[in-house]
Design a protein around this ligand. Structure first.
Ligand SMILES: *Cc1c(COP(=O)(O)O)cnc(C)c1O
Length: 158
């Protein structure tokens, strides 16, 4: 829904790789370019390279899985904060699908920044089959993503 809402000529999604495989696919379907930036060899965030890509592709979506899937690494908070500050002309999505297995969250700190939204899901708690997730962020952002929400996006019980 994020890539669909932001799909316009020249739109880009910037994300570290290896990362969650389901970032690339919907981005492609929305005809948005996916710019994968390699992680360091120990799977920590190469914040300098990511920031350089964000500056080159301003007005991008930046996807960060926290912790990352498939590496299981929790990126450093200082690195993420540098990325968020450098991405002032972009929107950073922090994906906390695996947050239940981590002791940290960006949910409170994200509120300090206008350009950050946080995504959660109950899937990794063992409830993947019910298809429920949510996003927290400024209403101005949420409203835009809501515009492209498909009909019956979640069911009545959910
Ligand atoms: C599992 C997962 C998701 C989304 O899972 P849903 O079942 O679609 O809610 C998103 N991001 C990451 C990193 C995941 O591992």
């Amino acid at each position: 829904m994020m890539s669909m809402a932001c799909a316009r000529p020249g739109a880009k999604v910037v994300a570290p790789v290896p990362g969650f495989v389901m970032y690339k696919m919907p981005v492609k379907f929305a005809h948005v370019e996916f710019v994968g930036m390699p992680l360091n060899s120990d799977f920590t965030l190469d914040a300098d390279a990511l920031i350089a890509a964000i500056e080159e592709h301003a007005h991008a979506l930046v996807y960060l899985a926290y912790p990352n899937n498939p590496t299981g690494i929790l990126y450093g908070d200082a690195d993420i904060e540098r990325v968020v500050v450098a991405a002032s002309k972009s929107l950073v999505m922090i994906d906390e699908a695996y947050q239940p297995f981590a002791e940290k969250t960006w949910l409170p700190p994200a509120a300090e920044f206008d350009n950050v939204v946080v995504m959660r899901t109950v899937s990794k708690l063992g409830l993947a089959g019910i298809r429920l997730g949510y996003m927290a962020g400024l209403p101005a952002w949420i409203m835009q993503f809501d515009k492209v929400r498909p009909p019956y996006n979640i069911n009545v019980l959910t």
